[in-house]
Every structure is written in structure tokens, then in C-alpha cells.
Design a protein around this ligand. Structure first.
Ligand code: NAP
Length: 303
């Protein structure tokens, strides 16, 4: 793996992942998408169902999730769409979901950790809900990933995890040099270090001292959650190297969804289509430990 989570253009990969060319998946291939009742997750689930996979559309709210799944089924997409309730912040919900994946589906092939929250307007930087943001975007994705890891089928390099992340969480946004050094040093970085960083941030939020400490300046709590998710993804990719599960991150860029209050450069459908292209990359092309950024034409690193 590279020494840092590289930022890679999705454009070329998207083309090589063209579903029309000898797809590696079948209708038995199971893709789980969290937070898929709306926004990018919903569009991504639709695209995966269009490609003929079995898609597990998850949502924390039963009624919203059922309605979102019914809307996809009504479109007559090739793949089957299953709905399952899942609140990624709730250990009981995560455990029940993992049991269902094991008992009813016999495992999974693709996990997209998409569910996330941000409570900021475009131009504000409140950390009032920092605990919820970290609990959802980082700890939730991590808890679900760890619960599902034993259930990946791990056949012929097809197992993959795609973590929906953000450029706001790249290391160049972190202004504390000691923390940057810690996150960059893969030989010594541990999950405990990442969690200690998150705990320190939340403690500073709680006692009102978080400003001026070198945290990312924009949407700080959200940025810290994605910073932690990126770092965890890198460690996980290294941990699973040679074990048949790839782990990558993807930033869809500024997309018009509820999260951005409808602001953005592209639609959720456009972002979902690119995310699906990454989730469906052919086994031979599939990297691990990478950070994909929307449509930047060349390979470069922002770390
Ligand atoms: N939009 C952008 O410009 C942008 C840019 C970079 C990265 N991203 C990332 O892309 C992903 C999708 O974002 P989006 O813009 O589509 O957001 P969105 O429209 O706000 O949708 C977020 C989804 O996450 C779900 N969710 C929130 N908390 C949850 C929980 N505890 N358990 C399960 N589901 C939960 C929401 O469910 P409810 O309906 O129940 O609230 C909703 O389905 C996120 O990871 C986001 O960070 C987005």
C-alpha cells in the first residue's frame, strides 16, 4: 500500500469499470448501502440494482426505507432490492443487521458506508452536534464494517468496502503538525491513536477549547469525522491486504443533496453513478487503500 491514502481520479477507473464489458458480478452478488433512503446512497443503490446485483438498501427509519426500496422496485430495475433497517450508531441494530446478512443472505460482497450527518449550513461552522457527527460518520461506519468483515465472501478479489468520504477530511486540512505526523506514520499508527484523536477533539468541543487547536477550518466536526474515517480505511486496507477485501474511500465532491441544503455542482444521480463505477471495478483493477476524488483527470495526492 502507498505511504498515504492517495487521491486518485475516478474518471479513468469509471470507464474501465464500464458494466457493459464482461461484468464480474451476478444477481447473487450482494451489495449493502447504508443511508440509502435518499441522496447519493439512494442513487447509488438504484445504479447497483440497475446493474443486476442484489442490493440491500438500508435506512435507520423503517417507513422511509420501505418507501425508498418500493420506489426502486417500481422502476423495474434488473436486480432485486431488499430493505433492512439499520441505524449505524446503534450496536443492537448493527448486530441484528449482521445476523440477518449471515442468516438470510449467506454473506455479502460489497459494503458502501454512505450514511452520514452534518448539521452545518454551507457557510457555518457549528460543532454543537459534534458527538452525533463523530458517532455516525466515523464510529458508525467502523462498527458496521467490523461486524460485517467476517461475512464477506472473499472470492476472487471481489469483496470490497467503499467508504464515502470527503476532501474536507484530507490531511492537508489538518493544521496541527503533530497530528499530521501521527496520521502519516503508517509504521506506528494504530486504531487506538485515531480514536484518541477523536476523543481529544470531542473533549475540546465539550470544554470549549477546540478553536485554534489546528483542526480543519471548514465544517470542523464533519471534517474530523472524515479524517478519522480515511485514517481507519488506510489501516484496514493494510490489515486486510492479501485477505481478499479491498478498502477504498471516495469523495463525490459538492453534490446537491439534503446535506448541502440543495447546493452543489452535480446531482445525486451523477455522484451515485460514479460511486457505483468504483464499487463495481473489475477485480484485476481494484486497488486498496486509495482515496478517489471525483473526475480530476490525473493522479495526484492532496495529503
Ligand atoms: N453531498 C455532498 O456534497 C457530499 C460531499 C462529500 C461527501 N459526501 C458524503 O456522501 C455521503 C452521502 O451524502 P448525501 O449528501 O447523500 O447525504 P444526505 O442526503 O444527507 O443523506 C444521508 C443519509 O444518511 C442517513 N443516516 C444519517 N444518520 C444515520 C444513521 N445513524 N444510521 C443510518 N443512516 C443514517 C440518512 O438517513 P435519514 O434520512 O434517516 O436522515 C440519509 O439516508 C455521506 O457520507 C457524505 O458525507 C457528500
Amino acid at each position: 500500500m502507498s505511504s498515504s491514502m492517495d487521491c486518485v481520479s475516478s474518471k479513468d477507473k469509471q470507464e474501465t469499470a464500464s458494466p457493459a464489458k464482461s461484468p464480474w458480478w451476478t444477481s447473487e452478488t450482494v451489495a449493502v448501502v447504508t443511508g440509502a433512503n435518499r441522496g447519493i446512497g439512494h442513487a447509488l443503490a438504484a445504479r447497483l440494482a440497475e446493474q443486476g446485483l442484489t442490493v440491500v438498501l438500508t435506512a435507520r427509519d423503517e417507513a422511509r426505507g420501505e418507501a425508498a426500496a418500493a420506489a426502486l422496485r417500481a422502476r423495474g430495475l434488473r436486480g432485486s432490492v431488499r430493505f433492512r433497517r439499520l441505524d449505524v450508531t446503534d450496536p443492537a441494530s448493527v448486530a441484528a443487521f449482521a445476523s440477518w446478512v449471515r442468516d438470510d443472505l449467506g454473506g455479502l460482497d460489497i459494503l458502501v458506508n454512505n450514511a452520514a450527518v452534518s448539521f452545518n449550513e454551507i457557510d457555518t461552522n457549528s460543532v454543537e452536534h459534534a458527538e452525533t457527527v463523530l458517532r455516525t460518520n466515523f464510529y458508525g461506519a467502523k462498527m458496521l464494517t467490523e461486524a460485517l468483515l467476517p461475512l464477506f465472501r472473499r472470492s476472487a478479489g471481489t469483496s470490497r468496502i467503499l467508504n464515502m468520504s470527503s476532501l474536507l477530511g484530507l490531511l492537508n486540512k489538518l493544521r496541527d503538525p503533530a497530528l499530521r505526523r501521527m496520521l502519516l506514520d503508517e509504521s506506528s499508527l494504530t486504531e487506538r491513536d485515531i480514536e484518541a484523536m477523536v476523543s481529544r477533539f470531542l473533549a475540546e468541543v465539550a470544554d470549549g477549547t477546540w478553536q485554534g487547536q489546528g483542526w480543519p477550518a471548514v465544517w470542523t466536526d464533519y471534517a474530523v469525522s472524515k479524517l478519522a474515517l480515511n485514517a481507519y480505511s488506510r489501516l484496514l486496507a493494510a490489515r486486510l491486504a492479501g485477505q481478499g477485501v479491498a478498502v477504498n474511500c471516495f469523495c463525490p465532491g459538492f453534490t446537491r443533496t439534503d446535506m448541502t441544503r440543495g447546493w452543489g455542482k452535480r446531482t445525486a444521480e451523477e455522484a451515485g453513478r460514479v460511486a457505483a463505477g468504483l464499487a463495481l471495478m473489475p477485480p484485476g483493477d481494484l486497488p486498496t487503500g486509495k482515496f478517489f476524488k471525483w473526475s480530476t483527470p490525473q493522479l495526484y495526492s492532496k495529503l
